[in-house]
Every structure is written in C-alpha cells, then in structure tokens.
Design a protein around this ligand. Structure first.
Ligand code: ADP
Length: 270
C-alpha cells in the first residue's frame, strides 16, 4: 500500500519545478501597508460570485488584501462571511471571478490548472478541520507521502518532532487522539517547507485543551520556519495569537486589527 502510493506520487513528481516560475508576472498596485515587510500575496478588488440558478451569492465582494512573509494572520467573521472562500483563493484551490490576485508578483487569477497545481504543491500547506490522514499508514508514512514529492523537504521525523510527536511516529491514526492526528496533519502540511500555511478551522473539531496543543504546533511552525500563516476561526480568543486580525463580513473586509504584540498560545484564556 505504501509502496503503491509512493509510486503514484513519485510519478507525479517528475514535472515538479517551482510553481511560481510558471506563473505570469503581473504589475499591480503596490501593497497598502509596507513598513519594509516582504509581500507574499496582493489581492485587489477580489470578487467571487457563485451563481446557482436564479440566485447569485457574492462570497467575496471587493476584497483588498496584502499578506506578508512570516506573519500570523487570523481571519475572523461569522459563518458565511467568506473566510473559506478567501483562503481557498489564496491557496489556489479556487480562482476569483473578479479582481486581481498575485503571489510574489505572479498572477494567480490567470493561472491554468497545471500552474495552480504546481503552486499548491510547492508553495502552500493546507490544514483543514478534519485531518484527512490515510488510516492504514503510520504518522511517519502519512508525512512521507508528501516529503517524497517535494523539492527540499525536511524528513518526516523532523516534521513530526517539530509538532511534538517525535514519540508517536509509528502510531496509526486510530491510535492517536484528535489533537495528535491534527498535529500529524500539520507535520504533513509543513514538511515540504511551504512559504504559506493555510488553516481552515484547525481546532474546530477539538475540545479547547486539545485545541491549544494544535495551535501551539502552528505557532511553533510559524516562528521556527517563518511560514506566512493564515488561520480561519470563529473564536475571537484566537485573535490574540496573531500579528493581524482580518475581520470579514458579507464578503468584505470590515476592518483589520494590528496586535502590537502577539500573545503566546499557551497563555490564551478560553
Ligand atoms: P465562511 O467560511 O465565512 O463560513 P464561505 O466562504 O464558506 O464562508 O461562504 C461564503 C458564502 O458563499 C456563503 O453564503 C456560502 O453559502 C457561499 N458559498 C460558498 N461556497 C459555495 C459554492 N460552492 N456554491 C455556492 N455558494 C457557495
């Protein structure tokens, strides 16, 4: 099973180059806030309209956004405000219907499927609410599936140690708690050293205490690897762990809070 999965994935890896190089360069308005920070994403007037029959949903309705290298950003807003849509557009899982979006000066709105696949594979790690681990593979093997197709990965052992699971490498998902499984998913997402880590309600299925251990793992990755980290949550307490909190409402950014200092996850009060 492992060997077969590796074979399939190894086959995919032949064409791997840095996805960004395939994307067209784009001239866009410079970021609104700069302060010497390295810009990773620039979005201008981002719109995503879902048309279902007669009705039209504006999931994103003119979003201007700049995201910078190494920062920790929390996306906060009520259900249906456009958080997942924004995250999916940033990560190349979806494309906006209007506006402009670039990653390191490369146009993501005009990218074709192959370019988006390479972008996702090389630049982006995703963590979702549900862990999507392969049940018949150990923690180490789940992470190895990714490290074998990445150009400059860390080892599965390094990735699992980073999220505090150095002593659980040979456990199967069913032998791990929910929080531990989510940390395996984080190790899998970051083992390829992505520039960007996108987390859609990573603690949504966990109790509060376990959620803290998962957030600590995300915080450590952000600090140790300098990964631009974007986390979706409903939980306003999590705002304190971020450099910036982007508030969404009805597909628009209502306001952005800059935290003068980040609060360490272990000191968050739930
Ligand atoms: P959030 O993550 O803040 O809960 P979403 O980005 O998931 O919000 O959704 C924003 C809006 O877009 C919602 O009204 C949702 O119903 C709608 N929407 C999201 N995905 C689709 C889709 N694939 N088809 C139609 N409408 C969608």
């Amino acid at each position: 099973m492992v060997a077969a999965a590796r074979l399939v994935i190894a086959g995919l890896s032949r064409s791997v180059t840095f996805g960004g190089d395939l994307l067209k360069r784009v001239a866009m308005k410079p970021p609104s806030i700069d302060a010497g920070r390295e810009t990773v994403f620039v979005g201008r007037g981002l719109t995503k309209i879902y048309a279902t029959g007669e009705t039209e949903v504006r999931a994103l309705d003119g979003v201007d956004i700049d995201l910078f290298r190494g920062e920790m950003v929390v996306l906060l807003g009520p259900s249906g405000s456009g958080k997942s849509t924004l995250l999916n557009n940033l990560g190349g899982l979806d494309v906006p219907t209007g506006g402009a979006l670039s990653y390191r000066g490369r146009d993501l709105t005009e990218a074709d499927e192959r370019e988006l696949t390479l972008f996702r594979r090389n630049a982006v790690g995703f963590v979702f609410q549900f862990y999507n681990l392969i049940p018949s593979l150990t923690a180490r093997e789940n992470v190895a599936l990714i490290t074998e197709i990445a150009p400059d990965p860390m080892t599965p052992e390094e990735a699992l140690a980073l999220v505090g699971l150095g002593d659980r490498m040979d456990h199967f998902p069913s032998q791990l708690s929910g929080g531990q499984q989510q940390r395996v998913a984080i190790a899998r997402a970051i083992a390829k050293r992505p520039e960007v880590l996108l987390c859609d309600e990573p603690t949504g299925a966990l109790d509060l205490k376990t959620g803290i251990t998962v957030l600590e793992a995300i915080e450590k990755v952000n600090v140790d690897l300098g990964t631009l980290t974007v986390i979706i949550t409903h939980n306003a307490v999590m705002a304190e762990m971020a450099d910036r909190v982007i508030h969404l409402s009805d597909g628009k950014i209502s306001h952005i809070d800059n935290n003068p200092t980040r609060r360490p996850v272990r000191s968050l009060q739930w």
